[in-house]
Design a protein around this ligand. Structure first.
Ligand code: 0X9
Ligand code: ZN
Length: 420
C-alpha cells in the first residue's frame, strides 16, 4: 500500500488513520530543471543565473562542465531567451510533479524490515523504526548506536553489526544523508546493512562479518532530512543560524576541523549552499561525528570509511582541499576506487568515474574525507556520488532505488574483497 506523503490527504486518511499528514512543503510546481552546457561561457551563464535569481544544483558553473539550473515558471521565458542557441537538456519538465511522484511512500508496518522497504522513499520516523526493526531481527549480532545529537536534538542513529565471531574488530563506517536532499544515499546505506545481515549463509558475506564490524549512520543530517520532507525538498545544509545573517544552514561537508581555512573550497557566506560555518567544527553534527570517529579509531580502529552522496556517479578519494597533495596510499586507493567503479558498472551498466575529489569534482575544504583520512587516520577512505548523471539529479525516481542499491553493493563488495 502507498500513500502520498504530502499531496493527497484523502488517500492518506484512507490508507491509515495513524499516519499524520505532513505540512505543505514549498511548491516547485512548474519549475524546470535544465542542464546547460557551459563550455567557455562561464561569465555569461553566471550573469544569467544572477540576474534571473536562479539556483543551481551542483555548485557554480565551471568551464567545460554542465550547469544544472532550477528555473521558476516566472523566469522560464527570460531564461529561454537568454540561453537561445546554447545547448541545453531538460532534466525536470515540472519539478513539482517529480517531487510528488517521489513522495509516494509505501506504508511501513512496524516489525517488517524486509526488502520491500527499498521500493520507495520513507519518512524519517519510518527510517528510525526500520533500523530498530532490523536490529531486533539480529539481537545477538547488532546494536543501535548514536554518535551524538543533531542541532535540533535528534540522535545521529547508527546500526552497529558484526558476525558470529563477535564485535570489536576494525570498523567499516558509512555516512549517509550528509546533505539533506540526497535521499538515495540513505537508502543505499540501509540496503548494505540489510543485505549483509540477511545473507550470512553466503560464505563470502559471513567472511566479511567475521573480518570487520560495520557501523552505519544512514542520517548524518537528520534535521535537514526532516526539513526536506516538511518544508523544502531541495534543502542541503543543517539548520544552524549564523550571527549577522538571516540565512540558516552550515554545510556539514565543509565544516570538518581540518584544512577548514584553506581558501577556494567553501563559502564564507551563510546564505551559500557550501557555507563552511563560522568556525571549524561549529556544526553539532560535525563535532559529534569527528569525536566519535576519533574514539572509534582509538578503540577498534577504522578500516574503511565511505561518505555517500548524490549525484554524478563518482567514486572518489582524498584529497578535497588540495589538487596537488597526494594520499600516502594513493596507488592502492586509486586501484580500489577504479575496481569499485568497474564492479558497479557490471551490474546495470551504470558507469562511474574514479579519482581524487579535488581533480574529479572540485576543490572542497573541511570535508569528511580529508578529516577521516588525515586526522583520524582511517586506512581506506572514499566518498561516492551515486546516481544519476543528470537526468533526474537529486529527485531520483523510486524505481531506481533498488538498482542503485544493487550496483552499489557490488562496489562495496569489491572493496571488502580487496582491502588489505
Ligand atoms: O559538494 C560536496 O560536498 C560533494 N558534492 S554534493 O553534490 N553531494 O554536495 C562533493 C565533495 C566531495 N565529497 C567529500 N569530500 N565527501
Ligand atoms: Zn552531498
Amino acid at each position: 500500500m502507498k500513500y502520498n506523503f504530502l499531496v493527497s490527504s484523502a488517500v492518506l486518511a484512507l490508507a491509515s488513520a495513524a499516519v499524520a499528514q505532513a505540512p505543505q512543503r514549498r511548491s516547485y510546481d512548474g519549475y524546470k530543471v535544465v542542464r546547460l552546457t557551459v563550455g567557455q561561457d562561464v561569465a555569461k551563464v553566471n550573469s544569467i543565473i544572477d540576474r534571473l535569481g536562479l539556483t543551481t544544483w551542483k555548485g557554480k558553473p565551471r568551464a567545460g562542465a554542465a550547469a544544472d539550473i532550477v528555473i521558476p515558471p516566472s523566469q522560464a521565458d527570460a531564461f529561454a531567451a537568454e540561453t537561445a542557441g546554447m545547448e541545453a537538456v531538460t532534466m525536470h519538465e515540472d519539478l513539482g510533479a517529480s517531487i510528488a511522484q517521489e513522495s509516494t511512500f509505501h506504508i511501513y508496518a512496524a516489525g517488517s524490515a524486509n526488502a520491500t522497504w527499498f521500493e520507495s522513499y520513507h519518512s524519517y520516523n519510518d527510517h528510525v523504526q526500520f533500523l530498530g526493526d532490523l536490529q531486533s531481527q539480529f539481537p545477538e549480532q547488532s546494536q543501535i548506536v548514536s554518535s551524538g545529537k543533531s542541532l535540533n536534538g535528534k540522535d545521529i542513529t547508527g546500526i552497529h553489526f558484526w558476525g558470529k565471531s563477535g564485535k570489536g574488530k576494525p570498523a567499516v563506517v558509512f555516512h549517509g544523508t550528509v546533505h539533506a536532499r540526497e535521499w538515495i544515499s540513505t537508502m543505499v546505506v540501509e540496503y548494505v546493512a540489510h543485505y549483509l545481515l540477511n545473507n550470512q549463509d553466503d560464505a563470502e558475506v559471513e567472511g566479511f562479518l567475521d573480518k570487520y564490524d560495520f557501523i552505519f549512520f544512514p542520517f548524518v543530517n537528520p534535521d535537514g532530512f526532516i526539513y526536506t520532507q516538511t518544508e523544502d525538498r531541495m534543502w542541503r545544509k543543517n539548520r544552524q543560524s549564523s550571527s549577522g545573517s538571516n540565512c540558516l544552514g552550515h554545510d556539514i561537508n565543509r565544516n570538518w576541523p581540518y584544512k577548514w581555512d584553506v581558501s577556494g573550497g567553501a563559502s564564507s557566506n551563510p546564505c551559500a549552499e557550501d557555507f563552511k560555518g563560522e568556525s571549524e567544527g561549529d556544526a553539532p553534527e560535525t563535532e559529534a561525528l569527528s569525536a566519535w570517529l576519533k574514539s572509534t579509531q582509538a578503540g577498534q580502529g577504522v578500516k574503511l570509511f565511505i561518505d555517500w552522496h548524490s549525484y554524478s556517479q563518482l567514486f572518489m578519494t582524498p584529497y578535497g582541499y588540495s589538487c596537488t597533495e597526494v594520499a600516502s596510499n594513493n596507488e592502492e586507493l586509486q586501484s580500489l576506487a577504479k575496481g569499485a567503479a568497474a564492479a558497479i558498472e557490471k551490474v546495470h551498466g551504470t558507469s562511474f568515474e574514479a579519482g581524487p575529489i579535488c581533480s574529479t569534482i572540485y576543490k572542497a575544504t573541511g570535508s569528511s574525507v580529508d578529516y577521516t583520512y588525515d586526522v583520524v587516520g582511517a586506512d581506506y577512505v572514499f566518498t561516492a556520488e551515486l546516481r544519476d548523471r543528470g537526468n533526474y539529479g537529486f529527485v531520483l525516481p523510486p524505481e531506481q532505488i533498488v538498482p542503485t542499491c544493487e550496483e552499489t553493493y557490488a562496489g562495496v563488495r569489491y572493496l571488502l574483497q580487496n582491502m588489505k
